[in-house]
Ligand binder design. Structure first.
Ligand code: NAD
Length: 266
């Protein structure tokens, strides 16, 4: 069977480099292009010299004809990248966070029109996907919920895509909002965090962290805490490789790795 041709947008970013290394080591996959924001003065030694780096995504897709575009860029360009991929008949595998629900629906519609597969996963780590599913399962049984997500200081968006997906999944399963404890005096603005459907959302940004999240649920006389820690970016790689291999057989966009792992709790 011919190798699946893979291009990576954000090729020289932290995730892009992890994915490039893993794709290069996988016999079922062939790395055919990297897309970067600007050509680096010096191409890092780890980037395979035979694989071209492009600044223009459309040009990269036209010249190298990938089957799949993996995107680990920034919230500001992810949507246009994914739409450009679909327009070129290339399946998007999106790890970049910052796509709104409306953006996701748009992308799903474009994939459906072309009967093209796509994967958008706010978190490619299996433990994080399980955390989201366990939170979903618990949601109907508790009146109060808070999500604390903790990430490295260079993260561009807040709350994290994982925190948002967790909250949306909990609300969907519960079918109604959580109760939000009223705090009549907020001495420091924002101390109670953001809020979605009664769920408090708190984003910690701290050097030294990778990606961590705690879901706290409370009701009379008991609390439940579900916590996941990503201690290295290697955690995301198996999920990305799985998505690349599975997306070529899909004819629609799927949102969340749980659909590929059959982990979804209805
Ligand atoms: P990073 O800053 O190290 O890398 C992003 C790269 O994208 C940079 O090299 C930047 O130059 C490049 N870039 C910016 N605009 C571009 C454009 N128009 N075309 C091509 N490249 C462009 O960030 P990172 O840690 O690799 O994370 C990237 C994204 O992935 C973030 O949104 C992050 O939250 C997300 N992320 C998701 C998962 C997941 O499991 N879904 C895991 C880790 C990170």
């Amino acid at each position: 069977m011919a190798a699946i041709r893979v291009a990576i947008a954000g090729a020289l970013g932290r995730m892009g480099r992890e994915v490039a290394r893993a794709v290069g080591q996988d016999g079922e996959l062939a790395l055919v292009a990297g897309v970067v924001r600007a050509h680096p003065a010096v191409v890092p030694a780890e980037w395979p010299a035979r694989v071209p780096l492009h600044v223009d995504l459309a040009e990269a897709l036209a010249q190298t004809r990938p089957d799949v575009l993996v995107d680990f860029t920034t919230p500001t360009v992810v949507k246009q990248n994914a739409l450009a991929a679909v327009a070129a008949g290339v399946r998007p595998v999106v790890g970049t966070t910052g796509l709104s629900a409306a953006d996701g629906a748009d992308l799903a519609a474009r994939c459906a029109e072309r009967r093209l597969g796509g994967v958008v996963a706010p978190n490619f780590a299996v433990g994080a996907v399980l955390m989201m599913q366990f939170a979903r399962l618990a949601a109907p049984y508790f009146e109060y919920a808070e999500i604390v997500e903790l990430h490295h200081e260079r993260k561009l968006d807040a709350p994290s895509g994982t925190a948002l997906a967790t909250a949306r999944g909990m609300l969907e399963r519960r079918g109604r909002d959580f109760q939000r404890a009223a705090t009549p005096t907020e001495t420091v603005a924002g101390a109670r965090g953001g809020e979605l459907g009664g769920i408090g959302l708190h984003s910690v940004r701290l050097a030294g962290l990778v990606a961590h999240q705690e879901v706290l649920l409370g009701t009379l006389g008991q609390t439940l805490t579900i916590r996941h820690d990503t201690t290295s970016r290697e955690a995301f790689v198996p999920g990305v490789l799985l998505a690349i291999k599975r997306v070529v057989a899909l004819d629609r966009l799927v949102h969340g790795l749980e659909h590929l792992l059959e982990l979804r709790i209805a």
